[in-house]
Ligand binder design. Structure first.
Ligand code: DAH
Length: 344
């Protein structure tokens, strides 16, 4: 029995296991019902009483040692198995980080500003909360002009001579530029404007405009026409044509409305241009002498032209989006359509 005990001690020392399964097999071999140590325990019952004490102790130690050794092996292979087993499933598709894209209104605003920058126009900005003077009076609006009425303008404060209001057009930035910059002036003025209108497919109470202003000596209507033709060709394609129709704005004289040839049907007539072959893109004109005078510029020495266009309108024509509301609802299905539309 003594030899058997020593033999098992030795075996335990050298015992190895490469997996949980092998460690469990070793436990069964030594400590299972029919295990080697269990068998020794059985033999122990029938040994001479004077030897019991000595062997009893030895057997107990052996049993403890076997249990400890097998525990140790199990823990070791457990760790090894855990560290070699791949923790992550590397074949799983990664989490996509959705990349945002620029809003179509921002894209078109940037395109317009970039085109005019090439022609030498700086960018000027002004406040969205403006006063009556910069939005109407300095722009030659007569005192009772309907645009000043409550139904068009959101007033911030009323009851005094120069009420505060949300600007109804970016033409107010013309005035601020003429007041603060030295001549000659060449600016484009992008910005948000507000009008008290019922929201529909064609109108919104908030939208965006780009205003343009050029003042120098000897600026003529021919210069205006050329600037707008070049703009239309950059924006809508090199074969674009423009036409001008007489119009009226208080701040320009003469004034015109500009159409560009329909870039969908190339002038033949389609449902976008309602069969006319032309699309209206902006208002423009020669700056009225009264407007120059109001900002301290001598109309005898200087002349200039101005134009103003709606950014949403240009975007609608570019991408044939026929409902203005899409631009304001932040529907991802709509916005993600423009993720690649950054080229002019
Ligand atoms: N301010 C005009 C509007 O909001 C647009 C406009 C028309 C601007 C003619 C101009 C212009 O500078 O010359 O409808």
């Amino acid at each position: 029995m003594k030899e058997s005990i020593e033999k098992i001690f030795k075996e335990l020392e050298e015992l190895k296991a490469a997996s949980q399964k092998e460690a469990e097999e070793a436990r069964i071999r030594f400590l299972g019902k029919k295990g080697e140590i269990t068998a020794l325990m059985d033999q122990f019952r029938s040994i001479a009483p004077e030897l019991k004490r000595e062997y009893g102790q030895k057997l107990n130690e052996l049993k403890k040692a076997a249990m400890a050794r097998i525990e140790e092996l199990k823990a070791c292979v457990g760790e090894a198995e855990a560290s070699t087993a791949p923790k992550e499933d590397l074949s799983m598709p990664g989490d996509a980080f959705p990349l945002g894209s620029r809003h179509p209104v921002s894209i078109v605003r940037q395109q317009i500003v970039d085109i005019f920058r090439k022609f030498g126009y700086d960018v000027a900005e002004g406040p969205e909360i403006e006063d009556d003077y910069h939005v109407f009076e300095a722009l030659n609006f007569p005192p009772n002009h309907p645009a000043r009425e409550m139904q068009d303008t959101f007033f911030v404060s009323t009851g005094h001579v120069n009420p505060l209001l949300l600007r109804t057009h970016t033409s107010s930035v013309q005035v601020r530029t003429m007041e603060s910059q030295s001549l000659p002036i060449r600016v484009s003025c992008p910005g948000r404007v507000f009008r008290n209108e019922a929201i529909s497919a064609r109108a919104h109470c908030i939208f965006h405009q780009v205003e343009g202003l050029y003042i120098d000596k000897n600026v003529t209507f021919a210069d205006l026409k050329q600037a707008i033709l070049l703009f239309a060709r950059e924006m809508f394609g090199a074969d674009s044509q423009i036409r001008m129709r007489p119009s009226y704005f208080p701040f320009t004289e003469p004034s015109a409305e500009v159409d560009v040839s329909c870039n969908i049907c190339k002038g033949k007539g389609c449902n976008i241009c309602k069969g006319t072959g032309w699309l209206e893109i902006m208002g423009c004109g020669m700056v009225d002498p009264n407007v120059l005078k109001a900002s301290g510029i001598d109309p005898q020495q200087y002349s200039g032209f101005a134009f103003g266009m709606g950014i949403e309108r240009i975007a609608m024509l570019k991408w044939q989006v026929n409902d203005l509301r899409h631009y304001f609802e932040n529907d991802m299905r709509f916005l993600s359509e423009f993720s690649t539309a950054t080229e002019v």
